[in-house]
Design a protein around this ligand. Structure first.
Ligand SMILES: C[S@@+](CC[C@H](N)C(=O)[O-])C[C@H]1O[C@@H](n2cnc3c(N)ncnc32)[C@H](O)[C@@H]1O
Length: 298
């Protein structure tokens, strides 16, 4: 299915054809990519046509928002309420968006780099009791964490019913549903007596109005000496991005205001663009960080 999907996207979009020709996936990654396509086809009856359309829907949406950003110097939306209505609770939109996003993890260099970084982090991660993920979307990170089986309990919250449904279905397809609970909830409304050994939040920080409060909440839920994997974006417009980080320093300042230490991080720009060039020209950059609470502190 992977080669048929690539062929179909390439036929419809010349720029993507160029990008797809340069795909550099390991055999294992091609197998996973195939697995995602099979899941979408087996469980949701998605045709290759719909899969290609969903991926190109994401590409077009980003292009449109980049144009808006270039002209106006800001993201189009600025409130959670707007995005909640237009995107998170719009099933048709979310269906295509989350499908496109899951496929982009194997096509976009920056997404692939972050997944690979996360896999190394998971391998190096010690055993713990509770794992929490915020905004798993389709569940590409969650599934890797559950498969690694480093924790006794896995829990995830996502504000979008479509994301939760897809994530649960994907876990079930891989035989992992009983190990992990995924619920529909805004993380700001989440409360728990538990403390978590590892908290993961991939590309959610830019989706909220008060990212510092979100980070502080994550900090308070983390065990002493626990770790968090958090990724976000800089100058990267999308329909549901409402908080604009303009450079790395703004991200790092907020992280340290929340109380965290940064143990390790990576930055990556899209395609062939060098990260430093992207930063200088206010082009999109993804940043993924491993944060600690307590380690190195007296
Ligand atoms: C861009 S997707 C990221 C998916 C996945 N974590 C990844 O890195 O590929 C953002 C997800 O966060 C969810 N989300 C946004 N705001 C949230 C909030 N306040 N609480 C919980 N989930 C939220 C959205 O519904 C969506 O599923």
């Amino acid at each position: 299915m992977v080669s048929e999907f690539i062929e179909m996207v390439s036929e419809r979009n010349a720029l993507q054809k160029k990008q797809l020709r340069r795909l550099d996936l390991s055999e294992e990654e091609i197998e996973e990519f195939e697995g995602v396509l099979c899941f979408l086809s087996d469980v949701y009856g998605c045709s290759l046509d719909f899969l290609a359309e969903s991926y190109l829907f994401l590409v077009d949406m980003i292009k449109e928002e980049q144009y808006y950003f270039a002209v106006n110097g800001r993201y189009r939306n600025s409130t959670f309420a707007e995005v909640d209505r237009e995107v998170y609770h719009n099933q048709n939109y979310m269906d295509k968006y989350m499908t496109g996003l899951a496929l982009s993890d194997y096509i976009w260099k920056q997404h692939l780099k972050m997944i690979r970084f996360f896999e190394v982090v998971l391998r190096e991660q010690g055993r713990g009791n509770n794992y929490l993920e915020i905004g798993p979307g389709f569940g590409q990170y969650l599934i890797r964490a559950v498969q690694a089986r480093k924790f006794c309990r896995y829990f995830a919250v996502d504000v979008s019913p479509t994301s939760v449904q897809k994530c649960q279905a994907y876990l079930a397809y891989r035989g992992l549903k009983d190990i992990c609970e995924v619920v529909i909830q805004d993380f700001f409304e989440f409360s728990s007596e538990q403390r978590y050994s590892f908290i993961v939040m991939g590309e959610v920080l830019e989706h909220v109005e008060r990212p510092l409060d979100m980070l502080k909440k994550i900090y308070s839920l983390l065990e002493w000496n626990g770790q968090a994997y958090i990724s976000t974006v800089i100058n990267a417009p999308a329909i549901d991005h409402i908080y604009l980080f303009r450079n790395e320093e703004e991200v790092f300042d907020m992280i340290s205001q929340a109380g965290f230490e940064i143990k390790n991080h990576i930055c990556t720009a899209a395609g062939d663009i060098k990260t430093e060039t992207a930063m200088k020209k206010s082009l999109p950059v993804n940043i993924a960080m491993i944060l600690t609470k307590g380690r190195n502190k007296k």
